[in-house]
Design a protein around this ligand. Structure first.
Ligand code: CUA
Length: 416
């Protein structure tokens, strides 16, 4: 009996070794530091740190249980195994009905293990539920809305310039800029299905549930650039429903706010009809070479890349920008998107008033470069399957020539 076991053990090593190699090779980041973009181990804020503490306590308690139970099991298996034919056919030892002392101690040990886990868990639940009382006055309020498939961020305290000197609440999309070192309370809402708000290095996850007012709070220790992700299955493009959190020091944050409160930037230029702009961006083949659409530089120095993105593009062509602005209303983009000060007031899609100053587009999926932006407006479905913009193209019979795309890209990138 069990003669096949040694062979089985020998062979089972192969998939293990293969899986291990693949795992190590697949990690772009230091495997042992576990500090990837969405690491819950390399945390950078008090809320995520509290959550990590609960994780560690649970891991240690369960590890002790595993070693103890596994040790007893291994000991019994080896010590009382059948060594020969006589053992195999022997009568089993006399059965007892348990040992009260052992049973009581096991119950006691289980209760103790649960209490050890429960204390930090309960403390963590209270701590992460809301901003600590002493810090409440200092908290910054934001409302995050989940859409299929992107995030809208609203700043209730900030009144931005709208059309004709009107004021409206400041709204951004997919990139949430927060003050560093200050508690931020995020009110969580959804306009359609259940989504979940999660910034692994800072806080989360809490669901955005229809007709329910959820909230969470988070704080970044210092300025930084953080990766967020919808963490509740919400349809076709759930896996690519991402967002970013950019934490800035007080001065940078105020500068950013000041810029955001302005209407969309206007570039002076006239649309020369005789001299139509030519498509000048990379071909679709270039896009293919970088499916992820994130450049190395951006990946390694995201905060610097974000700061650089706040300034106007280096080779801006005023003529192209003006043509793009014209196309934006001609092609009815304004039916779904808002650009404050440019006569565009749609609310189905993200607010684009300052889209040129964001590092990513398409819900944080691809980098906001001319090539990627053109790839996105050329065929949105190829980037984010099932999204509403692709449906809008079909319903409104919108077609774009390569020249149109280039002009629209120039216009969008000019919106700083
Ligand atoms: Cu939104 Cu998953």
């Amino acid at each position: 009996m069990f003669k096949f076991l040694p062979t089985l053990v020998r062979w089972s090593r192969i998939p293990l070794v293969l899986a291990g190699t693949a795992l190590l090779a697949g990690c772009e980041y230091n495997f042992w530091r576990m500090d990837g973009h969405q690491s819950t181990i390399a945390v950078e804020g008090p809320v995520a740190r509290e959550q990590l503490q609960v994780f560690y306590v649970t891991v240690w308690v369960t590890l002790v249980i595993f070693v103890l139970v596994g040790g007893v099991l291994a000991y019994a298996t080896l010590k009382f195994r059948a060594r020969n034919d006589a053992d195999e056919h022997a009568e089993p030892p006399s059965q007892s009905h348990g040992n009260p002392l052992i049973e009581l101690s096991l119950i006691g040990a289980s209760v103790l293990a649960l209490v050890i886990i429960a204390i930090p868990t309960l403390r963590g639940i209270w701590y992460t539920y809301d901003v600590p009382e002493a810090d409440k006055a200092n908290a910054y309020e934001i409302t995050a809305h989940g859409f299929q498939w992107w995030f809208k961020f609203e700043y209730p305290a900030e009144q931005a310039a709208g059309e004709n000197n009107t004021k409206m609440t400041l709204v951004t999309g997919n990139e949430l800029v927060i003050p560093a070192g200050r508690p931020v309370r995020v009110h969580l809402r959804t306009v359609d299905v259940i989504h979940s708000f999660w910034v692994p290095k800072l806080a989360g996850k809490v669901d955005m549930i229809p007709n329910r007012a959820n909230h969470l709070w988070m704080q970044a220790d210092k300025p930084g650039y953080f990766w967020g992700q919808c963490a509740e299955y919400c349809g076709d493009s759930h896996a690519v429903m991402r967002f970013r959190v950019i934490a800035l020091g007080p001065r940078d944050f105020n500068d950013w706010l000041e810029q955001q409160l302005q209407t969309g930037r206007t570039v002076q230029g006239n649309v020369a009809s005789a001299d139509q702009p030519r498509a000048q961006f990379a071909s679709l083949r270039t896009f293919k070479q970088n499916e992820a659409g994130i450049s190395d530089r951006f990946d390694l120095q995201p905060l610097e890349a974000w700061k650089a993105k706040q300034a106007p593009e280096a080779n801006e062509d005023p003529r192209l920008v003006a043509r793009g602005r014209e196309l934006f209303s001609q092609k009815q983009c304004n039916g779904c998107h808002t650009i404050r000060g440019h006569g565009a007031g749609g609310i189905t899609g993200p607010d684009l008033t300052h889209v040129g100053s964001r590092t990513t587009i398409a819900a944080g999926l691809i980098e906001n470069t001319p090539e990627q932006l053109q790839r996105w407006i050329h065929n949105p479905s190829a980037v984010k399957p099932g999204n509403k913009m692709a449906v809008g193209y079909i319903q409104q019979k919108i077609t774009l020539t390569p020249e149109d795309e280039v002009a629209l890209v120039a216009y969008l990138l000019s919106l700083k």
